[in-house]
Design a protein around this ligand. Structure first.
Ligand code: GDP
Length: 593
């Protein structure tokens, strides 16, 4: 059996100490250079066995007896769930095991929960690093790097305090369905999650953390790590333009060997790219780097697990998070092209069914959110990568007419184009934006719940309000682009972003903005005198001083008002609404039906 090194990812809440932990692991490795040190990869660092052995000291003895010794650990350099979600692989993860960092004094925080949910959905085993032990009040500094020893050196009250903090985590994890225990009390590593108290700052506990990681992977991940008969494949982490190299992709090779003469098969948004790499690159060791711009060293081949760079002008548009296949003949190219096409089909969603519209920044976040929406039983009509466009909002609008709770846009880490923003305001399409995956879904679910509770009021509030208002004589502030003029609200409430008509029933345009006493307001009430701006009209052409206007609900809204909401209008509003319907029916007999 040829076992490769496991790929390790670090996750956890902001400020829990993920970066410090990675620095500490790498730093200790660098200091242990004589024993093998660490090798820098692209996006990852490799700790060979000798280094781990030196760091773990006597703890390594037991690990050495395993028949399936792993040749070290490949630790992904960028912590956090953003990179982790892109480390995807056939519905699972390219990471073999993860370290979930928890701040000992803060316990579980929002992103700890989010990380856990992602680990769960990708079925990645993990170890909890209970970090910042040195910050437990009263903690005594000691020389040892072994946490088991350091705990013994603490006062009894501090030991009890740490125990309590460990049990808090055990409690939280048990609510979430996991059995866990401090690593020194774990009896069965397969069914219990090990909690290792550490300090990324002092380095205490790192030996235990590493030995638990190595022990777990040697015992339970042999099949995954065994390289016999594995097809070479990797995952694209990032695509970027590199000075002097042009388009490059950072890749983690999960299995097998890639040679420079092989073809690679990768996905872009609208198809498959087949290309031969111009170069396979690894970082140059520091002592070989004379010019800092000359960071990479071309190599003829790379063996898994490894982080490396591919340079090729054809890589433009390749999707981060997509699988990279390695082909040595036409038959394999055809096979992998088909595989990628079907993979992409299962990731992107575009259906005619009712569901939410989801836009994400990467294929990894898209997949993770889809999975969670599925668990929350929220159907998805469309899921894609890229900014929120006007078309997305219009699609949501059509869905909303059939199901008001599904006609929404969920956006994860993407921009909203300006015309999409306008459209969502005028059409009352809810947009949920969040950079924390589970908050995005929680906020949506909370809104659905709240909105269902007072659905009638919520529906009425979204309709074009019924109002009558007049253009005040002499109140012309600007003729056009946009036209700005003073109006008095005669009946009802006037709002911005709503359509209005003249007495003949012709639609004039949309009220763009309202200003009361020079302050922008969204609503003006009966009797208010406000400045009103309207785009695409000119005073003296489409609109005139002293004219009287009505707000103009579209036909389907008029129908809802007639059927369900007349009782919500005041008698004056009812009168105005009856006028609107009468005038419109002279032009369009089916208005409001
Ligand atoms: P990240 O956001 O999870 O990557 O967290 P960082 O590694 O940037 O750490 C956040 C802050 O906590 C920094 O100020 C670190 O110096 C500090 N920190 C991290 N680990 C420890 C630790 O073990 N002990 C103490 N006292 N501080 C720590």
């Amino acid at each position: 059996m040829h076992i490769r090194q496991p790929i390790v990812a670090v996750l956890g809440h902001v400020d829990s100490g993920k970066t410090s932990l990675l620095d500490r692991i790498r730093g200790t490795g660098v200091q242990g250079r004589e024993a093998g040190g660490i090798t820098q990869h692209i996006g990852a660092s490799f700790l060979p066995t000798e280094t781990i052995k030196e760091m773990c000291g006597p703890l390594y003895k037991k690990l050495e007896q395993s028949e399936n010794k792993v040749p070290g650990l490949l630790v992904i350099d960028t912590p956090g769930h953003e990179v982790f979600t892109n480390l995807r692989s056939r519905g699972g993860s390219a990471a073999d095991i993860a370290i979930l960092v928890v701040d000992v004094n803060r316990g579980f925080q929002p992103q700890t929960n989010e990380s856990l949910k992602i680990l769960q959905s990708r079925k990645v085993p993990f170890v909890v690093a209970l970090n910042k032990c040195d910050q437990i009040s009263g903690w005594r500094k000691s020389e040892t790097k072994f946490i088991s020893q350091a705990i013994k050196e603490q006062d009894a009250s501090i030991q009890a305090d740490l125990d309590q903090k460990v049990y808090d985590v055990v409690g939280t994890l048990s609510i979430l369905g996991y059995k866990s225990e401090a690593f020194y009390r774990v009896e069965d590593f397969k069914s219990e999650i090990a909690i290792v108290p550490i300090s990324a700052r002092s380095g205490v506990g790192i030996p235990e953390l590493l030995s638990v990681l190595v022990g777990l992977t040697q015992q339970y991940l042999q099949k995954r790590l065994n390289q016999d008969e594995k097809e070479p494949r990797g995952i694209i982490l990032e695509v970027k333009d590199e000075v002097g190299l042009g388009q490059t992709a950072n890749v983690i090779l999960i299995d097998g060997i890639i040679k420079k003469e092989n073809s690679i098969v990768v996905a872009k948004r609208d198809g498959v790219i087949v290309t031969k790499p111009k170069a396979l690159l690894l970082p140059k060791p520091l002592d070989e780097m004379r010019d800092p711009r000359d960071k990479f060293k071309p190599v003829p081949q790379v063996e898994a697990a490894a982080g490396f760079k591919i340079a090729s002008p054809d890589l433009e548009g390749v999707l981060p998070g997509s699988t990279l296949y390695v082909a040595s003949n036409d038959e394999e190219i055809a096979k992998y092209t088909e595989l990628i096409e079907s993979e992409m089909k299962s990731v992107f969603v575009d259906t005619e069914t009712n569901g939410v519209i989801l836009k994400c920044d990467t294929i990894g976040s898209l997949e993770a959110i889809m999975e969670m929406l599925k668990r929350s039983q929220v159907p998805v009509a469309k899921a894609d990568i890229g900014p929120v466009t006007r078309r997305d909002v219009i699609e949501a609008k059509a869905i909303k007419e059939k199901d008001r709770h599904l006609g929404v846009v969920l956006a994860f880490n993407v921009k909203m184009l300006e015309d999409a923003q306008d459209e969502s305001e005028t059409s009352h399409i809810k947009l949920f934006e969040n950079k924390v995956i589970y908050s995005l879904i929680d906020n949506y679910n909370a809104w659905v719940e709240e909105d269902s509770a007072n659905e009638e009021d919520a529906m009425f509030a979204e309709l074009t309000p019924i109002s009558k208002f007049s253009f005040m004589k002499g109140m012309v502030f600007r003729n056009n682009n946009p036209a700005v003029f003073g109006v008095r609200v005669d009946v009802g409430n006037l709002k911005h972003k709503i359509p209005f008509m003249n007495m003949k029933g012709h639609k004039v345009g949309y009220i763009h903005q309202l200003q009361l006493d020079k302050k922008t307001v969204s609503t003006a009430k009966t009797g208010d005198e406000v400045a009103c701006s309207v785009k695409d009209v000119t005073i003296g052409r489409q609109i005139f001083e002293e004219e009287v206007y009505y707000t103009f609900p579209p036909s389907h809204e008029a129908k809802q008002i007639l059927k369900k909401f007349m009782h919500k209008l005041s008698s004056e509003e009812q009168e105005v609404f009856n006028d609107i319907v009468r005038i419109q029916r002279e032009i369009e007999p089916v208005y409001g039906y």
